[in-house]
Design a protein around this ligand. Structure first.
Ligand code: SF4
Length: 138
């Protein structure tokens, strides 16, 4: 995988919040990330876990509101409330295996995310680094 984006891909977030809302899904969080987010919210790790995490098999995911939006998204401003400590999965979006699998998948995601195809060009190596960071999870 990878040849099709050898010249890099354009992406620049507009801050619209679409990727943090809508269809239900998982936002994987590891222990290091959970600890950082809990500290940012001034919660103990246990309180943070009770309020914001759900166990899915052996892993942990952030919880969602009933409308599918992330519980850590401010519903009024549609801004992430933990942005600087957001999980790797959020940090590496949209450079996920499922999205950069081929040009068609990338274009399809572009109908949802207005940041795709605009702004700064990310070179192939940066994209591969993002893919390695999420491993096989996305
Ligand atoms: S959908 Fe795209 S442009 Fe909108 S907040 Fe998410 S990454 Fe940014």
């Amino acid at each position: 995988m990878g040849d099709w984006f050898a010249d890099g891909l354009r992406f620049e977030c507009t801050g619209c919040g679409e990727c943090c809302t809508g269809a239900s899904g998982y936002v994987w969080v590891d222990e290091t990330e959970a600890t950082a987010i809990a500290a940012r919210l001034d919660l103990s790790i246990d309180d943070f876990g009770r309020r914001y995490l759900r166990r899915v098999g052996a892993r942990l995911s952030l919880v969602e509101r009933p409308d599918g939006s992330c519980a850590l998204l401010d519903p009024a401003s549609r801004r992430c409330t933990i942005y600087d400590d957001r999980p790797t999965q959020c940090r590496t979006y949209p450079f996920w295996r499922s999205i950069v699998a081929d040009e068609e998948a990338w274009s399809r995601e572009g109908t949802r995310c207005p940041g795709i195809g605009r702004g700064r060009r990310h070179d192939a190596e940066a994209i591969r680094t993002a893919l390695r960071a999420t491993g096989a999870t996305r």
